[in-house]
Write a protein that binds this ligand. Structure first.
Ligand code: HEC
Ligand code: HEC
Length: 447
């Protein structure tokens, strides 16, 4: 057991405070991040009208969708964060192909960019003087920051990573990207917004381009449209079916699924609709994924917070194996689950939770003595970090899983209510407006 296995009470306290204080926490984030709130009247209500994007955000949209900014000339941000797939991956590949010839492979599944970007708190851990510390005792888990390992605090810093990562857009340096921006059809608008001399400094040009992408990610309503059935139910404009309702109870039950202890589903005190994450880091012991080429090397381990991708906190061995709790909004539209993309159906992802400990032989390989190697995607010494104290991860081999097949059906029915684009057949309130997620962005070029 690690110090990060916060008691449930502590987790609940942080969770509730987080849901309640989402706006305040987001405001703690670096400048651009809180800015989105100035635009949207109340975080978590369906957009009543589609506000026009600012000039900078409109430019950011073009950059987000521009494949010419990659070494291959065929990959944009939207290739991996597909607007038609809730800004998640367009397919079931564990990691997307990238690089100059689109034959390289990254090491992680593409997360959705839906909802979380303007509400993710900055990275915090126990030493930080933060809202968390005041609310809980010092054993609270680390939280916040962008990417599976929370290594970025701003979206423009984050956006530089795919631009230069050899497995993704694979640009050599700022000069190369700036040259492409200068040749882009929107170059004139770029100069208009950032000054005629902007391309004199290559670094400044790339920095402004990524600032524009950030503005787009924060302003564009389809990133956070709150048009799911779940939102409609919260606003009393729809009702759950019996199966969805039963699924929600199973999801919430602290002695059963206990999912809501990390994937928060309560409305915040400020009325914000929940995003189904507490932004905290946990080690779940997801099995190793042979589909990732990096895993061909038996000595390679993606240990999340403690590296190898994130490097600043790698000396803390208690951090090994911890990844950020993702939002579950639009999760039923995904074909790839968890940081390493190990599962390809929502059903398998849920079965893993409830059978990880009762039937480990279903999920993990055996060693040469025939023993099941639990938590095989971590070096043996770091497997102690895996959560075995939060339900439903506490059971014993041969025990009864928290859910049976019917329970899983109902939880899936509930999770499907988190898909955007729900249009009630009989809107109960006159004038209630439901905005369908926009999929009208520029076509995504793929090979
Ligand atoms: C080759 C696929 C690929 C491309 C292209 C790509 N991304 Fe990503 N993106 C990912 C993956 C994988 C992650 C998770 C990274 C990690 O955890 O290290 C990610 C993470 C993110 C996150 C963090 C989300 C969160 O909730 O923390 C943001 C924001 C993001 N990408 C924006 C962008 C932008 C902007 C671009 C274009 C400049 C882009 N991405 C291009 C694959 C891609
Ligand atoms: C202790 C906190 C915690 C609890 C309890 C928990 N989760 Fe998670 N969940 C996480 C973390 C952390 C991840 C990412 C782990 C990783 O990728 O290694 C995750 C990932 C997921 C994913 C994959 C989403 C994606 O985009 O890849 C699904 C689906 C999911 N959880 C559903 C559930 C359900 C259903 C339950 C209840 C049975 C549950 N979770 C309970 C923390 C938790």
């Amino acid at each position: 057991m690690t110090v990060f296995h916060a008691r449930q009470a502590a987790r609940r306290a942080v969770a509730t405070a987080l849901a309640a204080g989402a706006t305040a926490l987001a405001a703690l984030a670096a400048s651009g991040i809180g800015a989105a709130h100035a635009q949207s009247s109340s975080p978590g209500s369906p957009a009543q009208s589609q506000p026009a994007l600012s000039d900078v955000a409109s430019l950011g949209k073009l950059i987000f969708n521009d494949p010419s900014l990659s070494a291959s000339g065929r990959m944009s941000c939207a290739s991996c964060h597909s607007p038609a797939h809730a800004y998640g991956p367009p397919n079931g590949l564990a990691a997307q192909p990238g690089g100059a010839d689109l034959h390289a492979q990254g090491t992680r599944a593409v997360p959705t960019l839906g909802y979380v970007l303007n509400r993710t708190p900055v990275w915090t851990h126990v030493q930080a003087a933060s809202v968390f510390e005041r609310l809980t005792d010092a054993d609270s888990p680390p939280a916040g920051g962008f990417a599976w390992d929370g290594r970025y605090n701003t979206l423009h810093d984050q956006a530089l990573f795919p631009l230069f990562n050899p497995n993704e857009m694979a640009n050599r340096d700022s000069a190369q990207v700036a040259a492409k921006l200068e040749r882009a059809p929107y170059a004139a608008r770029f100069k208009q917004l950032f000054g005629e001399t902007i391309f004199v400094s290559k670094d400044a040009a790339v920095h402004q381009a990524m600032q524009a992408v950030e503005r787009f990610e924060l302003e564009e309503p389809s990133f956070h449209s709150y048009t799911s059935k779940f939102d409609a139910v919260l606003d009393r404009k729809a009702e759950f079916t019996a199966s969805e309702m039963r699924g929600k109870k199973l999801f919430d039950d602290p002695n059963g699924g206990n999912c809501a202890s990390c994937h928060i589903d309560q409305v915040g005190a400020n009325g914000a609709h929940p995003l189904f994450t507490d932004y905290q880091f946990e080690a779940l012991g997801v099995p190793r994924n042979p589909e990732l080429r990096a895993n061909r090397d038996p000595k390679y381990f993606d240990k999340g917070l403690c590296g190898p991708v994130r490097t600043d906190v790698s000396s803390n061995k208690n951090y090994c194996g911890l990844f950020k709790t993702p939002t579950l909004r639009n999760v039923a539209t995904r074909e790839v689950f968890f940081h390493n993309g190990r599962f390809h159906t929502l059903r398998d992802a849920l079965r893993f939770y409830v059978e990880r400990d009762t039937n480990p032989e279903k999920w993990y390989p055996k060693d040469r003595h025939g023993h099941v190697v639990k938590f095989d995607d971590l070096p043996a010494a770091e497997r102690v970090n895996v959560d075995t104290v939060d339900e439903p991860l506490t059971r014993k081999p041969g025990g009864k899983p928290a859910w049976n097949a019917r329970d899983i059906d109902d939880v899936i029915a509930f999770l499907k209510t988190l898909d955007d684009g729900y249009l009630p057949t009989n809107p109960p309130t006159a004038g209630a407006r439901f905005v369908k997620i926009s999929t009208t962005s520029a076509p995504i070029k793929r090979q």
